[in-house]
Design a protein around this ligand. Structure first.
Ligand code: ADP
Ligand code: MG
Length: 255
């Protein structure tokens, strides 16, 4: 579903050119959840932005569903870390969900808005609220509904739970897991938390300084069988994988 081949993203800065992503390649099958892990600044968000067409200066090849970036725009949707920043403060939930339908020329707005809210666990009473009248978790549910309402084939999630309280993180992760199962969505999940990645993903790419240094099946992450010293240090930073999965996000990643 997603083919990334030798992608480099170079930014020109006052201090010279910076390769935010260098020669990155990976493939994600239809219905798979693929994880991108790495320390801050390693290029994870840049890859997601390039895939969603927000980065015009990407070199290399990116294909979604076999189409060379000519995939319908709505096929690839993104959910960002900060649900406070990503929702328009003066739009009601209804307006937030109506906008992408209008842009993509999709019909039956009323029905789709009510269904999208129900799918993310919000009842109709939320429809005419503004972002400041919602909790962080509720805002992230609205952001997920906004992404899914146009029926994308690919969902890109950039640290979708990092800004949330621990108990709310588990709710959102469970929601994402259910949506993935119900819709057979292809997803890429960026996280610095291997417990979060382990809960949702089947494969993980480890990034460092713009490069993919290792790609692992999730079983190897769980067994802590990682090749590079850097990957090991990321594992250690998460403080032991299983314990974290259960204690910190309240989900059993061995399921
Ligand atoms: P991550 O999401 O893994 O934290 P990013 O993809 O946001 O990392 O950033 C990777 C690198 O690219 C960082 O060094 C960042 O400063 C740089 N970078 C990202 N966007 C830009 C930009 N628009 N202009 C210049 N440098 C950028
Ligand atoms: Mg980032």
């Amino acid at each position: 579903m997603i083919d990334v081949d030798a992608v480099t993203v170079r930014f020109k800065t006052a201090a010279g050119a910076v390769d935010a992503v260098r020669n990155a390649s990976f493939h994600v099958a239809q219905g798979e959840v693929f994880g991108l892990v790495g320390e801050s600044g390693s290029g994870k968000s840049t890859i997601l932005r390039a895939l969603s067409g927000l980065t015009p200066n990407a070199q290399g090849t990116m294909r979604i569903a076999q189409h060379e970036q000519a995939a319908r725009k709505r096929d690839v949707q993104m959910v960002f870390q900060d649900p406070y920043g990503s929702l328009h403060p003066r739009f009601t939930v209804d307006q937030t969900l109506r906008e992408p339908l209008r842009i993509s020329g999709i019909d039956r707005h009323e029905e789709r808005i009510v269904n999208a809210l129900r799918e993310v666990g919000l009842n109709a009473s939320f429809r005419f609220r503004y972002p400041h009248q919602l909790s962080g978790g509720q805002r992230q549910r609205v952001a997920i509904a906004r992404a899914l309402i146009v029926e994308p084939r690919v969902l890109l999630l950039d640290e979708p739970t990092s800004a949330l309280d621990v108990s709310v993180q588990a709710e959102i992760l469970n929601l994402l897991k259910r949506l993935h199962q119900e819709r057979n969505l292809t997803m890429i999940l960026v996280s610095h938390n291997l417990a979060v990645v382990g809960f949702l993903c089947s494969r993980v790419a480890i990034m460092r300084n713009g490069e993919i240094v290792e790609e692992l099946d999730i079983g190897r992450v769980r067994a802590q069988q990682v090749e590079s010293e850097y990957s090991r240090s990321l594992l250690l930073a998460t403080g032991g994988y299983r314990r974290k999965a259960v204690e910190v996000i309240g989900v059993d990643a061995s399921l």
